[in-house]
Design a protein around this ligand. Structure first.
Ligand code: 5GP
Ligand code: ZN
Length: 141
């Protein structure tokens, strides 16, 4: 993928603050540093998003996340939390189309990062929840 900025980072064509590298993944500081230590981990193989990951690549990719999480916590003892974020498609805020996981250390409640989880429990009856669950289940390949 010639025009992919994350492939260029992996290949050293664009500089990055490297955190970790092995044969399968590359991890580096996100240029935006939403919070101190905000890190991106990416598979070395170019895949656009979660839908393009096969099980083997996903296993390699996701397997690195816990040790990066532990490293962040050790490097920054004032960390009080960690959000993992994986955006897929533009509507869901994906802006670089080489799959990546954000590790966003949290130090306090009010900082550069927020997530909103609305509780819509009262809008669904059990029958409808069963239909939704079944339709997802029947689509699993
Ligand atoms: P997304 O919005 O796709 O989930 O996240 C893409 C992330 O890539 C953004 O947080 C953005 O700051 C980061 N990013 C974009 N271009 C570069 C770059 O050239 N270098 C680094 N280190 N991060 C980048
Ligand atoms: Zn790429």
């Amino acid at each position: 993928m010639n025009d992919c900025i994350f492939c260029k980072i992996i290949n050293g064509e664009i500089p990055s603050s490297k955190v970790y590298e092995d044969d399968k993944v590359y991890a580096f500081l996100d240029i935006s540093q939403v919070t101190k230590g905000h890190t991106l981990v990416i598979p070395k193989e170019h895949v656009k998003d979660i839908y393009e990951l096969d099980e083997t690549l996903a296993a390699d990719f996701f397997a690195r996340v816990p040790k990066l999480a532990r490293a962040l916590k050790e490097a920054f003892p004032d960390m009080k939390g960690l959000n993992l974020v994986n955006n897929n498609e533009a509507l869901a805020y994906q802006s670089v189309f080489h799959s990546h996981i954000h590790l966003i250390p949290r130090y306090q409640e009010d900082e550069g990062f927020a997530l909103k989880f609305e509780n819509n429990q009262n809008k669904y009856q059990q029958e409808e929840l069963s239909e939704i669950a079944n339709s997802i289940n029947q689509s699993i390949k």
